[in-house]
Design a protein around this ligand. Sequence first.
Ligand code: GLY
Length: 352
Amino acid sequence: MQNKFSRRDFLKAGMGISAAAMLGEGKIARSKSNESGKMVVIASGNGLRTVYKAMEMLKNGDDPLDAVVAGVNIVEEDPDDMSVGYGGIPNEDMEVELDASVMHGPTHNAGAVAAMKHIKTPSKVAKLVMERSDHALLIGTGALKFAKAHGFKEENLLTDKARQRWLRWKERLSDRDDWFPPQEDLDEELQEALRNYGTINCCAVDANGDLAGVTTTSGLSYKIPGRVGDSPIIGAGLYVDNTVGAAGSTGRGEANILNCGSFTVVEFMRQGVSPEEACLRTLERIAETSKRQPHLLDEEGKPRFGLSFYAISKKGEYGSARMWSGGRFVLHDGTTSRKEEAAYLFKRKQRR
Ligand code: GLY
C-alpha cells in the first residue's frame, strides 16, 4: 500500500502543481521554465483540427495532455475519418477494434488500451488507465469493462461507409470463395483505401517546456481480430521524456514495434540530434532491420511499407519524416496552423 499511497501523491502533484514536487527521494521532472517559451503542437496529416484545438488549450494554460487528447477526440468522433475511432475500418470480422496510448511528460506516466470495441474515444480511456489505475495497458474486454465502469457508453462504431469498404474488401479477397464483387468498377476513393494503417498522433510542448503525446487508431484495416499495432505500445507508437522531447508514429505498426521507434527518436534527440534528423535515423534503422524479412521488401530491397514519425523537442523544435516521399504533417507554432512537407528516406518513383 505504501507504493499506492505515494503514487496518489505523485498524481495529485502532477495534475495541479507546476513547481517540481517530491516523490520519496525523487523529483517530478516538471519544468520550471522553458528556455524558448515556445508552444508547439505537431500531428499527423489528418490532425489539422487537432493542433488547432490543442493549441487553443495550451494558450489557456491547460495541461498538455488534456490539450492533445481533446484535439484527437475531434477526429476519433468524426464518422468520416476512417482511420481512427468511430467510423474506423473494421477488422476481418467486420468489428471496429481500437488502440490508443497517452504519455504525460511531467509525471513520466502513461496509459493505453488495445483491441477495445464499442467506445468512440479510446484516447480518453487510455488517459483514465494512466490516472485511475495502477496499470499501463488494458486490452479487449478488460479495457471495455474499465471504460464502462467510468461511465462510457457502448456504441456501434461501424458506419455504413466502413461496412461498405469491408464488403468490397471481402468480395475481392479471393476468386475461390462465394462472395462476388459488384460489376461496376471501384470508385477511386475505395481503390485508394483498400488497406491501410490509418492513425493519428499528436504531441505538444507548452510554455513551461512540459510535454505530452497521444496516438490513437482503428489499426490495420481488416486485421486479424486481436491484432494490436504500435499505437498503444509505449516506446513504439508514442514516447515522451520531459527532459528531452516527444515522438509518435503512424504507419506499419509491426515494423515500429520491432524497433521501439518512438523511444529511439527521443533517444537520438537526447544525443543532440534535431527532431527531423532523429526521425530519419530511426527510419534508416527500421529499413535496415526490415531487410531480414524479405516479404516486406520491394524489388530494390527497400521496405514496401509506409511509416512516419513526428517529433518535438523540449525547446519547441519540431520535425517529421516518412519512409517514402509524398506526405505532410501538421503543425501549430502558436501563431498559425499549417501543413508542412515531411522529410523522407526514399523517393517514391513517379507513376507513369
Ligand atoms: N500504426 C497503426 C497500426 O499499425 O495499427
